[in-house]
Design a protein around this ligand. Structure first.
Ligand SMILES: [Zn+2]
Ligand SMILES: [Zn+2]
Length: 234
């Protein structure tokens, strides 16, 4: 049974990873991150660097370019491995320290997101239409987080497998099912050597870009591999 599922969903993608300098907290250059994931046999990785109030010390152009540069470097490095790199983002508003993962991201959207960092999630969701993206709360039960109104979310990162944070993943998963959130995901939240590849989204066909990935997440046609050996069918 498990073998059949693995065969049916052969492609593996990391949904949550950080690189430096775009994320100051990461210890991995884009090239290093890509190499680590290649060594783990991944087909794709989403670069979800922080876009938070710290970035407001830069002007919009500089802040967007900081994120784009890491993505471009990763994409370039991935060419020799035939790996696909996707642009994602982990957005934080000034109102609190909640993080939101967005898939289906490009330069234009990053420019819009920058303008909303000084605001709050309610304003953002009311004013910014994201028909081709998905908006999820990251690690919602980690210390210091405020649960976002489920009505504002497309989904939730239930299993954040960052090894140095307790994200109370059982509570997050239970909550996501209770609220019948459409999209439930797992991510390694990779910041350093040794964090890579705690989980993978497994899919039937590899999305070509960030927007196709968002579309895939909406379909629900995927499974997650946890710790390399177990399967989670969300
Ligand atoms: Zn970080
Ligand atoms: Zn993160």
């Amino acid at each position: 049974m498990k073998e059949q599922i693995l065969k049916k969903y052969p492609y593996r993608i990391e949904l949550h990873a950080h690189t430096a300098p775009a994320s100051a907290c990461s210890h991995l250059k884009p090239e290093e991150l890509v190499q680590l994931y290649h060594e783990k046999g991944y087909d794709g990785v989403v670069i979800t660097n922080h876009f938070d109030p710290d970035k407001l010390s830069l002007d919009k152009k500089e802040a967007v370019s900081l994120l784009l540069q890491d993505y471009i470097r990763a994409k370039e490095a991935a060419k020799k491995y035939a790996m696909t790199v996707y642009l994602g983002v982990e957005l934080r508003f000034q109102e609190n320290i909640n993080d939101y993962l967005i898939y289906g991201v490009d330069e234009k959207l990053l420019e819009i997101f920058y303008d909303y960092i000084p605001t709050d999630v309610v304003t953002f969701r009311r004013e910014v239409a994201l028909p081709h993206s998905v908006f999820l709360q990251a690690h919602p039960f980690r210390g210091g987080m405020t649960l976002c109104d489920a009505e504002l979310l497309d989904g939730m990162e239930c299993l954040n497998l960052h090894p140095r944070h307790n994200s109370a993943v059982g509570l997050a998963t239970q909550y996501a099912y209770q609220k019948a959130l459409r999209i439930k995901i797992a991510g390694s939240d990779c910041h350093d050597r040794g964090d890579q590849g705690m989980t993978a989204l497994r899919c039937k066909a590899l999305p070509e870009d960030s927007f196709q990935l968002a579309q895939l997440l909406k379909t629900g046609d995927y499974v997650f591999e946890i710790g390399g050996a177990s399967l989670w069918i969300p």
